[in-house]
Write a protein that binds this ligand. Sequence first.
Ligand code: GRF
Length: 203
Amino acid sequence: MKKVAVFISGGGSNLQSLIDYEGKYEISLVISDKEEAYGLVRAQLYDIPSLYIGKKNTYDHEERTQKIIQALKNHEIQVVVLAGYLSIMPKEITDLYPRNMINIHPSLIPSFCGMGYYGEKVHQGVYDSGVKITGATVHFVDAGVDTGPIICQEAVYLEEGDTPDLIGKKVLTLEHRMLPRALEQVCCSRVSVKDGRTIIFQG
Ligand code: GRF
């Protein structure tokens, strides 16, 4: 089974969904850029090797990049998942995982994504815009921000009285269902890309 590294910055509920799904992949490493991320605790509870690599223990950006690369090599990582990871992944690292690095974003890309759209800001933007549908997207990571080929999307209708917080909760439910399945498809080589569009082969 492919060895997977999961990058987090927060609570790690998406990491938990990957653990619970027990898919055809092996979560071999969890890396956080936030020392206090509860996702690190989740990893430790399941004896998954975990690392904090951030400004508090590695102030220099290039040194952080090299530490991440070394950790990925040491754990023989073949696929990378960004699950609420708030730092921009350097091109030196994304280049190591062409079509083997995926991200989950809590909107229907290309809406409400890119620089400045993360976490609650996404759902605030959705709320302020008055759209009737939002959702989540899993996509391959390239050198841009939320710009790689889309692997899957799921939508949810908004209802009268939905607050940004409630919208976030609705979308997170979609994320927890989508991410493990998308990761398994990538790890089983069922996702190809042609002209910037993905083609998924049912196994
Ligand atoms: C999720 O909403 C994800 O879409 C976004 O950050 C959040 C991470 O939540 N990128 P968690 O840490 O997995 O609970």
